[in-house]
Write a protein that binds this ligand. Structure first.
Ligand code: GLU
Length: 296
């Protein structure tokens, strides 16, 4: 009798344990998709951008649509990547669910005007913080530190090891980007071909129109991952590109809020988690140490 009861108790315990295990399993799957827990009851000071967005229950974010690992449209037409995940983390703290984010494609050259004209509430798009841009928009962050690098055809037939080797070569970059400006200013012997997006540079390298593509290492890494037989990364970064979140110039409350959200995500692991699921899954590299936010 006793044995039977014990067995029954054990069986019940086993069931309970397996129920726990499967719940944990479900949670793990959900968090693989989106760790951002939407804040239900947040209150913001009246008149702030945070209050307006929270009230609207929606936000418009500009990002890239053709950069694997950072912002790339999936087959359903929804962007995925590290920048997209950062956007979801910020939206969640504003009480806005991921489904309520309207994603707008911002290419390198239209990021400032899209912020200035109010076409987007923010830009998260491999967007380097620099002094010239700070005249036009505000930046929260940085939330990642990239560096300009070079991508060449697999096997590196031209033997390009760094920017000095671009002299006399056709090199592709994107209009309105810091890498294009750097080539123009400091490596004028390179012949620059400019497109609006980096995927067109990858095509130009494939068809032999250019011998190199230059932009941030992490963008190039994504392109190499998409065509490892065709491309390789030189792997010798020669600038610093701190990625910031572009906001309306002078909206200091909003900038402080976004900086707070970033710092919190650095501390609670959601930033590293977002990296691991996106860019990190492509590079195979663990999340680096988060950078220091610059509250300039
Ligand atoms: N981070 C650089 C920039 O903001 C290059 C990448 C890009 O064009 O988005 O211009």
């Amino acid at each position: 009798m006793r044995t039977t009861r014990n067995l029954a108790a054990l069986a019940a315990l086993g069931l309970a344990l397996s129920a726990c295990a499967s719940e944990a399993g479900n949670q793990a799957t959900e968090s693989a998709e989106n760790t951002a827990e939407v804040q239900e009851d947040v209150e913001f000071d009246a008149g702030t951008t945070m209050a307006e967005l929270n009230e609207a229950g929606a936000i418009t974010i500009g990002t890239k649509f053709d950069q694997p690992g950072f912002g790339l449209l999936n087959p359903d037409g929804v962007p995925e990547g590290f920048d997209v995940e950062i956007g979801k983390l910020i939206a969640a703290e504003l009480g806005i669910a991921a489904e309520e984010i309207e994603w707008v494609e911002t290419v390198s050259a239209n990021r400032e005007p899209f912020i200035q004209n109010g076409q987007v509430d923010m830009v998260i798009a491999t967007y380097t913080i620099n002094d010239a841009r700070k005249q036009l928009v505000d930046f929260a962050g940085p939330y990642y530190l990239a560096g300009q690098d070079i991508m060449v055809a697999a096997g590196n037939p031209e033997g390009i090891q760094g920017p000095d080797d671009l002299a006399g070569k056709n090199v592709c970059s994107v209009e309105g980007s810091t890498p294009a400006q750097n080539i123009r200013d400091n490596y004028p012997e390179a012949t620059l071909t400019l497109f609006d997006v980096y995927s067109k540079c990858a095509d130009a390298l494939t068809n032999g129109q250019v011998q190199a593509v230059t932009t941030d290492n992490v963008i190039l890494t994504g392109l190499v991952a998409g065509n490892p037989e065709g491309f390789e990364l030189v792997g010798n970064p020669f600038t610093e590109e701190p990625y910031g979140i572009g906001l309306t110039l002078g909206d200091t409350d909003f900038r402080n809020f976004v900086n707070d959200v970033l710092e919190e995500s650095f501390e609670n692991g959601s930033w590293a988690d977002a990296w691991d699921r996106t860019a990190g899954a492509i590079t195979g590299e663990e999340a680096p140490e988060p950078p220091q936010v610059d509250r300039y």
